[in-house]
Design a binder for this molecule. Structure first.
Ligand SMILES: [Zn+2]
Length: 140
């Protein structure tokens, strides 16, 4: 399990990065509070195409830099290793924040009692329904 701590971004902004991680390595990535959690070493026997071996940290760091570049986050953030499988994405230049990230921040937030899928934005009435739905993103 790899965690990337990001204090400067909201959950919906983090979800975009998590989705990019997920697409790159075919591993589930969640947003939990101010962290992106990458489940690279889980037993995912029900989704055979996913990697069940831990990613090596060099590969991860290199790939993550490419993700940052693709998302235009290279100039605003720097990635620092904070432990064996722990990283911290530090905001070094707030003026380098790309426009699309700013737009996400002003997006209307989810109403009270509604559970929103961090990947596609669909709404659910309970966490249980949302969890059932989110699994789909990992299987596809
Ligand atoms: Zn979804």
């Amino acid at each position: 399990m790899i965690t990337i701590r990001v204090d400067a971004l909201s959950e919906s902004q983090l979800a975009e990065i998590a989705l990019a991680v997920q697409n790159r390595w075919d591993v589930p990535a969640f947003v939990k509070m101010h962290e992106i959690v990458v489940m690279d070493d889980e037993d995912l026997s029900e989704s055979p195409q996913t990697i069940t071996q831990p990613l090596d940290m060099d590969t991860f760091q290199r790939g993550f830099s490419v993700i940052l570049e693709n998302l235009e986050l290279m100039s605003a953030f720097s990635l620092e290793q904070d432990g064996k499988t722990k990283f911290r994405l530090k905001l070094v230049d707030p003026s380098g924040m790309p426009r699309w990230m700013e737009d996400l921040k002003t997006k209307k937030s989810t109403p009270e009692g509604v559970y929103e899928c961090p990947h596609c934005g669909k709404w659910y009435n309970s966490e249980f329904e949302l969890n059932l739905h989110t699994k789909l993103h990992y299987i596809i």
